[in-house]
Design a protein around this ligand. Structure first.
Ligand SMILES: Nc1ncnc2c1ncn2[C@@H]1O[C@H](COP(=O)(O)OP(=O)(O)OP(=O)(O)O)[C@@H](O)[C@H]1O
Length: 291
């Protein structure tokens, strides 16, 4: 396991941020921690990257504890933090060169990744003149220039317009193809559904469910179907839509009859979205402010 979190607990005074969460991440996967504000996502990331010490439990990267050993363990990890901590008055190139020296790497990947995020032509632009989406891309490039095996991103698309978010998603999928293991946090269920091999639902410091998005949707499906049928045989004007429970025996007869009499137009299963499942499990919406 490249990333392993086991029974991780953390409190800030009387406020409990993590109540004992566990998850694992295999090489080459994308894992998404999904949760509303205050769920404990950033606390998890900060512990995993050695910025915070856990009260108990384990947070391991490459099987090693990070706290107190950041320099060694994180030399192989790229981190995109929640807040853009770039030097605003410096250019993109100056920011990246600064990190190149810090990481003591050659910097040969700087132009490669700037090209990938369509910012090569903006190298000489000062960070203060960039849009939020562009800054996010610079943070991503900064996290990649030392060729890390693990990439950790805290809310990478928060506040981005849909086009910028989409372009970032495509880059993350390409990085996965290159074999990079990715852990990200998000409160956007569509993003997690699209990107992640596995997802963990974090709510008030607890992982309430985890698994492959497909399996979660299947497990929480309510066996409903939407049937579109003709009132009379092949009369386009009289198209009727009906939602039915698959475990209702009458629905079976009704559907069989529609097929036999040639009145069935279409039938679709109604799967819940990840957001529906989150609400079902927690009674909370992903956009809640956590209060
Ligand atoms: N330094 C701190 N001091 C006190 N409480 C904190 C501190 N950091 C986090 N918390 C609390 O711990 C809980 C989890 O916060 P955390 O930032 O991990 O949530 P999050 O899921 O990342 O939310 P967001 O999406 O808003 O960043 C919250 O109740 C928060 O107020």
């Amino acid at each position: 396991m490249l990333i392993k979190v086991e029974d991780l607990k953390k409190s800030f005074g009387k406020r409990t941020a993590l109540k004992g969460i566990s998850f694992e991440l295999e090489a080459g996967q994308i894992y998404g921690l999904l949760g509303p504000n205050g769920a404990g996502k950033t606390t998890t990331i900060k512990i995993l990257t050695g910025q915070l010490r856990a009260d108990s439990g384990q947070a391991l990267l490459f099987g090693e504890k990070v706290f107190g050993r950041q320099e060694e363990v994180l030399s192989n990890v790229g981190i995109v933090p929640e807040d853009a901590n770039l030097y605003e008055r410096l250019t993109i190139e100056q920011n990246l060169n600064f990190f190149k020296r810090l990481y003591q790497c050659s910097g040969e990947l700087i132009d490669f990744y700037l090209e990938k995020v369509s910012l090569l032509g903006e190298k000489k632009t000062k960070v203060k003149d960039l849009s939020k989406g562009m800054k996010q891309k610079v943070l991503l490039v900064r996290a990649l220039i030392h060729r890390p095996e693990i990439l950790i991103l805290d809310e990478p698309t928060s506040g981005l317009d849909p086009a910028s978010a989409d372009s970032l998603h495509n880059i993350l999928l390409e990085l996965k193809e290159e074999g990079i293991t990715i852990l990200l946090t998000s409160h956007n269920m569509e993003e997690v559904d699209k990107l992640c091999d596995r997802v963990g639902f974090l709510n008030q410091g607890e992982l309430v469910a985890s698994g492959r998005p497909f399996d979660l949707k299947l497990n929480y499906s309510e066996n409903r179907v939407r049937v579109l049928y003709y009132y009379q045989k092949s009369s386009e004007q009289n198209l009727i839509e009906k939602t039915m429970q698959l475990d209702d025996p009458e629905a079976g007869e009704f559907i069989a009859d529609l097929i036999k009499s040639g009145r069935m137009k279409s039938i679709h299963s109604l799967e819940p979205t990840l957001a529906d499942i989150f609400v079902k499990l927690t009674g909370r919406n992903l956009e809640d402010d956590g209060s």
